[in-house]
Design a binder for this molecule. Structure first.
Ligand code: C2E
Ligand code: CA
Ligand code: CA
Ligand code: CA
Length: 279
């Protein structure tokens, strides 16, 4: 039994070494990726089922890896946060997305807003407000057309700075959405304390919404709260017609998910706009 234990232990360390090595390799690849600008932005529609047009578009980063192909954020966002690289990637996404959205505004009079994910680290970083201002000025996108998606974790840290920043953003016309709403553990009091405009109901509530009575109750409660606090509510991860219909019947008209469209590159997204937003 002893020998066996020893073997297990050796196996365990070998595995750990391999994990550490892989991580270190990914780390240097990630640093190089920033230098070589290997990131691209995909766009996913947020559809308004009442007005029948694309209401907004979420910018989602992808890593065009030289060998591994197109990598989703799942493979690198966490590491980028740990290494402090997320703000650099985030800035690229912000600028690219604003440029792209500004170009839609030249072609469509009901062009969608652009929604950009902001990690708490990026939000807390010095110079964050300036980087937003820059992206708007360079692109010419109206501030009212920019939505920043933040998670509840932003409200846990640095209360005063968060209030000041969010107030400045709100004063300039920028909209704030709470991403993955319902999954954080923070109290809801921040909703009246901070200038927030939109709630995005997390996919985990929507994936079985046709059958799961608890998720139905929670989703209805979020929709009702949105109505009374005058917050727009968006359901994410809508994959089926039944889910879309359930949400529409429950007065949640704004939906995002594979049922309407998967994330796509800017050209395919523009084709989608021509189909739905040309009046
Ligand atoms: P998220 O903000 O919750 O974004 C929604 C994710 O759900 C996206 O995954 C999207 O492709 C996926 N999705 C959309 N509709 C459906 C659906 O109907 N079914 C299913 N199963 N999935 C759906 P993605 O693009 O892999 O992004 C994952 C996460 O990475 C995002 O989750 C967000 O937290 C983060 N992320 C993406 N881009 C950025 C970025 O530029 N900056 C930061 N800080 N985070 C980002
Ligand atoms: Ca998001
Ligand atoms: Ca989300
Ligand atoms: Ca989510």
């Amino acid at each position: 039994a002893k020998a066996n234990g020893k073997n297990n232990f050796q196996f365990f360390t070998a595995e750990m070494d391999e994990k550490a090595l892989k991580r270190r390799a990914l780390e240097s690849e990630l640093r190089l990726a920033i230098e070589k600008q290997q990131f691209i932005v995909h766009y996913q529609a947020i559809f308004d089922t009442e007005k029948n047009h694309i209401y907004a578009s979420e910018a989602l980063v992808r890593w065009q890896h030289p060998e591994k192909g197109l990598l989703s954020p799942f493979h690198f966002i966490e590491l980028a946060e740990e290494l402090g690289l997320i703000a650099d990637i985030g800035e690229f996404v912000l600028n690219t997305a604003c440029d792209c959205a500004a170009s839609w505004h030249k072609s469509f009079d009901n062009a969608p807003s652009i929604s950009v994910n902001i990690s708490s680290m990026q939000f807390q970083r010095d110079g964050f407000l300036e980087s937003i201002e820059n992206a708007l000025n360079k692109s010419g996108l109206p501030a009212e057309k920019l939505i920043l998606e933040i998670t509840e974790s932003v409200f846990i840290e640095n209360d005063q700075k968060t209030i000041t920043q969010l107030t400045k953003l709100a004063d300039s016309g920028i909209k704030i959405a709470i991403d993955d709403f319902g999954t954080g553990y923070s109290s809801l009091s921040y909703l009246k304390k901070f200038p927030v405009n939109k709630l995005k109901i997390d996919r985990s509530f929507i994936s079985d919404i046709e059958h799961n009575h608890e998720n139905q109750a929670l989703t209805k409660a979020i929709i009702a709260m949105g109505q009374s606090l005058k917050l727009e509510v968006i359901a994410e991860g809508v994959e089926t017609r039944d889910q879309m219909q359930w949400l529409k019947d429950s007065e949640c008209a704004l939906i995002q998910g594979y049922w309407f469209a998967k994330p796509s590159d800017h050209e395919d997204f523009k084709t989608l706009l021509f189909k739905h937003n040309l009046r």
